[in-house]
Design a protein. Sequence first.
Length: 456
Amino acid sequence: MRGAREDYDLWASLVGDPRWSYQGLLPYFRKLESHFDSHADPKIHGFKGPIKTESVSYAGRKYPLRQPVQAAWNAVGVIYNPDINSGNPYGLAEVVENRVRGTRQMSSTAYPLDVKIMTESLVKRVLVEERHGRKIAIGVELEDDGQSQIIARREVIVSAGAYRTPQLMMLSGIGPSEELRNHGIDVVLDLPDVGCHFLDHVAVPQWWKLRHPEKGLAIGSPTLSDPACFRGNPIDFVALQSVPLEGLRQALAKDEPNRNPDEHPLISSQRVHTETITVYVAQNPQDPMIAVDGTHITTFMCCMIPTSRGSIKLADRDPRSAPRIDPNYCATETDRYVLREGLRKLREALRDTTAGQEIIESETVEENFQPLGPNTDDQAIDNLIRRQAMTLYHPAGSTSMGKVVDGDLRVKGIDGLRIVDASVIPTPLSTHIQACVYALAEQAADIILGICSVLP
């Protein structure tokens, strides 16, 4: 799923480079895609790319709750959107997945590159030299007994991901000088934003008891036996919505009292604030009393454009150690407000509408806690968020474009060094970031092929 046009246009505005706008990335979304619907708009979709896409219905998965779930969302004003990847994903949209015959497609098989891959080879640091007053990345040093080095013929490209890329940068002496000195690492370049501005999507799961589980409505029921239903996630739709703007203004004003909230990008253009996923299984229940027996379904309420920012720091100077990850989830009133309003809208769809009442008997909660009701106050919902919030595993932003790298993905202040992974994404995207990372990599390849080596 690509996300909203406004997200990418904000990215381009932040870095002053139209190549990272929605229109700038659209050719790469089309290039990478082999779209399932041959009648789709060729100005939006591609049909010959390496990444296969298919919708739930195209894959032949027919879940019995599809129509009731759609009716429940329609009843609260969330209307069906026929193409989630049009740049305008608002509404209730069918999930589009990257699968081939029920199996998720991996980039390693979709892009069979003619490269040598060294497995079990941990990079210790990027090697940087001073040449004629310029700092130039010349290769990498491996963490092994022989202290092996690999020297670059043109440039070094780091693609270690939003957790490990900032760690590797700091282990190489590139990052906040105070953080480096705290771990006894010589400062090659003081780059304060390395490891900062980390962002991720946080989700709040809930479990709902079905009114008629004997009808075979969820995974685990012995009467739900169609093999097609097991060839992918048991999902039909995601609901993508905005939250009430007046409450959002008030939340933004609390977080940033010296800024006019009407000028904030969360308000100044239409944005997708929440994503709701309805999964036809009791998925990862925190309450051990909920069995995967077809009696429950799960929902996930996701904050898609968080204003909270976390950090990645070093645990020590050992490259084998995991970095210290502080996601700083829900640190702002804005993020908490968005989740509260999203949870209220979800409760309304499942408990107050005729369609919702026909399929849901009750919300199942832990002992000593109450289900959400029409008058549940902010404090009680905040307690729910604290208890159950989890990551959607969409980490990004920890070596942000505009701060750590430029529009060509070159690390500022170091020649011959680029970063190509989700850590460069400078602003939250209201989507699952897989398609964006593919498009980013496709554009990065064109940028790199069009620029000569900086090495003498």
